[in-house]
Design a protein around this ligand. Structure first.
Ligand code: FHN
Length: 489
């Protein structure tokens, strides 16, 4: 090669190296950008900490406490769900207006968890394909499932067992990530506010007292003393039971949020014991508790936001989010609510969340003895059977890079799209509005032979001929190997 060509090659190679090193320096700079002004965490550190959670995509929520023994009824009255949080079973103390002492006296004797209840929860979570379980360590009633040293309104004093430890141990033994739901409301505490106008929270005594009487009662209460107590309880659950992966705070009103809880101090304390823990943002107020409000999503206030009882219409781009839902109408066990979601709905919701880059947390409400109702078990195991066959199209996927399609949803991995076909196409021909460049290959995910499907490139994008033999009643999944990620305009 003569000198001129060698020189040209050297200049070209140098230019490439400069371009590569420039982009690499940009990447390093981006990864080292501090994204949390409170913790100093960088983008790369946050991504590493969130990785398992973002890949998990599916979790099991469990609401279990003294309210489970009430089962949505009080003094012979069945309180049936109306809407929102009206008459949901774990709110029975508030719904029936029961004073704390009477509530404790009536229900504590009824909490009789059967041996092995926690192991059964963990096995069901595994069977459903969940990667993590979030369980109520303390709900608004204030009853602590763990052995608390700052109150005797706890499982050890009432049942002689550390139920929290039994649950965490069972989850760890099944290789599940452990999430703790922790209510910042506490209707048992003598210091939790009763003045509903001031607090923004309904209080059980509100069913028996006027607003003036509630305000007068509140005068003798001390929110800061309650917050001290609440911090001590939070410290107990994150320091005494080994690795905790998620802390699910619940919930803040406009009037009592953030600094009222001394939230920054509380989260810093939690991270001291559990440096890798992931926390939601409900120590801060989000209108209608849905968490959809991007204007409040700020990683210094929590790691993910929590749309409740719905899936965000278009996802929450660039935000970590988890949609939590009841299986019937209520989080806690109800003896008379049989409005169960179908297994098809569970599969479709799981897929929908993943297709928008979010997680799905579906709830179970066990009975007082810890038994999860059969109707829940059946649905969770049917969801799990689908996840066992098609989980590759959910776990560790990212949001649909194309536009929404009429026949189902799309999830993605590098170089692959997973086409979730809810509505089987006429003549087995599936049209995907995608601009395509290079070679594409498609097969039915249920086809272990990966037999290629016929793919035609047409003006509408791609037309893929599906194999009816691999149709699934809930969601048939097609794998499309392509590097194209732009929708056909
Ligand atoms: O009041 C609670 C309710 O009981 C339940 O725990 C839900 C679960 O997200 N959170 C609150 C309502 O948003």
């Amino acid at each position: 090669m003569n000198t001129t060509n060698s020189l040209r090659s050297l200049v070209f190679a140098t230019a490439l190296l400069l371009i590569w090193s420039g982009s690499r320096l940009d990447t390093i700079a981006a990864e080292n950008t501090k994204v949390n002004s409170l913790t100093g965490e960088t983008s790369a550190q946050r991504d590493a900490r969130m990785k398992w959670w973002r890949e998990a995509r599916l979790g099991m929520f469990v609401h279990w406490g003294l309210y489970s023994a009430a089962a949505g009824s009080w003094d012979g009255t069945n309180y049936s769900f109306i809407n929102g949080t009206t008459n949901i079973a774990e709110w029975i103390q508030n719904t029936a207006g029961v004073p704390a002492d009477e509530y404790a006296a009536r229900l504590c004797p009824l909490l009789k968890p059967k041996p092995g209840f926690a192991k059964a929860w963990a096995r069901l979570a595994k069977d459903m394909g969940a990667k993590y379980v979030v369980f109520t360590s303390k709900h608004h009633e204030g009853f602590a499932l763990w052995d608390s040293k700052v109150t005797d309104f706890d499982a050890m004093d009432v049942t002689g067992r550390d139920l929290f430890k039994e649950i965490v141990t069972a989850l760890h033994e099944e290789g599940l990530r452990v999430g703790i739901y922790f209510s910042v409301l506490d209707w048992h505490s003598p210091d939790f506010p009763t003045d509903t106008k001031k607090s923004g929270y309904p209080h059980p005594l509100g069913k028996r007292m006027s607003e003036q009487e509630l305000a007068a009662l509140d005068a003798g209460r001390d929110l800061n003393r309650y917050v001290d107590f609440m911090h001590k309880q939070a410290r107990e659950v994150v320091s005494n039971y080994g690795p905790i992966d998620v802390l699910w705070w619940d919930w803040s009103s406009k009037e009592i949020q953030g600094d009222s809880w001394r939230a920054a101090e509380l989260m810093a304390m939690v991270r001291k014991y559990q440096p890798q823990i992931i926390m939601n943002n409900r120590l801060y107020y989000a209108p209608n508790v849905s968490g959809d409000n991007l204007d409040i999503f700020d990683v210094t206030k929590g790691d993910f936001t929590t749309p409740e009882q719905h899936l965000p219409a278009t996802g929450l781009p660039g935000v970590d989010w988890e949609s939590c839902m009841t299986l019937n109408d209520t989080w806690g066990f109800s003896s008379h609510d049989f409005n169960w979601k179908s297994t098809e709905t569970l599969v479709h919701n799981t897929v929908d969340a993943a297709s928008k880059g979010g997680n799905y947390l579906i709830n179970a409400g066990p009975m007082a003895d810890g038994t999860i109702p059969e109707a829940i078990q059946v649905r969770f195991r049917e969801l799990g059977a689908w996840m066992k066959k098609y989980g590759e199209s959910i776990y560790a996927t990212t949001a649909n890079p194309l536009t929404e399609v009429s026949w189902g949803k799309i999830t993605a991995k590098p170089g692959k799209l997973y086409l979730h076909v809810f509505d089987w196409p006429i003549e087995n021909r599936l049209v995907l509005p995608i601009k395509h460049a290079g070679e594409v290959k498609a097969w039915m995910l249920a086809d272990e032979e990966h037999e290629p499907l016929a793919v035609q490139k047409t003006a509408d994008g791609l037309t893929i001929t599906l194999k009816p033999g691999f149709q699934n009643p809930y969601d048939s999944v097609v794998v499309l190997e392509t590097d194209a990620t732009s929708a056909k305009q």
